[in-house]
Write a protein that binds this ligand. Structure first.
Ligand SMILES: Cc1cc2nc3c(=O)[nH]c(=O)nc-3n(C[C@H](O)[C@H](O)[C@H](O)COP(=O)(O)O)c2cc1C
Length: 171
């Protein structure tokens, strides 16, 4: 049976949106019907068999639209297989991640605030953290202090999407 999957994301500078699109493209190539939508625009989950929700991490928190989505549709998420991803730590090395964490005022090696608890509440299959990207457009007050670079690993992202497909189709 073809699975209908919703991939919802929250992204400030666009890199998490691209992660969501890579997950969607992989699931589609493997045979699922996929919608990729900004988290703020999701009203309900009718018609979807499974859901992936991801957010960029700023100051140890998911973005408001993604947190709002989890709250809004929590009962529906509990009834569906759900996967969560954070797009956050940058640097690719413990040293560079420590710089991001210091500039953001937290420890980026642990899941963002509240997400583990939320994952348990909705019975999420998994929460994964992917390295992120700090783009040249990030010129806000604190953003200026971040090391610039793109540490996203699209092979890792596609492999994770593949594992979602395998679980959905019980392979
Ligand atoms: C001001 C600022 C604060 C950040 N705070 C965190 C953080 O607390 N934890 C983390 O893992 N990453 C943090 N990051 C890294 C971002 O999550 C990363 O750049 C992400 O890929 C941005 O996604 P976006 O392009 O979708 O907005 C921060 C980045 C900036 C610019």
């Amino acid at each position: 049976m073809v699975q209908a999957v919703l991939v919802a994301y929250a992204s400030k500078h666009g890199s998490t949106k691209e992660v969501a699109e890579a997950i969607s493209a992989t699931l589609r190539a493997l045979g699922s019907k996929v919608d990729v939508v900004a988290a703020g625009g999701v009203k309900d989950l009718a018609g979807y068999d499974a859901v992936v929700v991801g957010s960029a991490v700023y100051h140890d928190r998911w973005q408001e639209e993604a947190r709002g989505l989890l709250k809004r549709v929590r009962p529906q998420l509990r009834e569906r297989p759900t996967w969560l991803f954070s797009s956050g730590p940058t640097g690719g090395t413990p040293d560079a991640d420590a710089k991001v964490a210091a500039a953001a005022g937290n420890d980026s090696s642990v899941p963002p605030k509240g997400i583990e608890h939320e994952a348990r509440r909705i019975g999420a299959r998994e929460h994964i953290t992917f390295p992120g990207k700090v783009s040249e457009e990030a010129t806000g007050f604190l953003e200026r202090w971040m090391p610039r670079g793109d540490w996203r690993d699209f092979d890792q992202i596609r492999a994770w999407a593949g594992s979602i497909h395998a679980q959905l189709t019980d392979q």
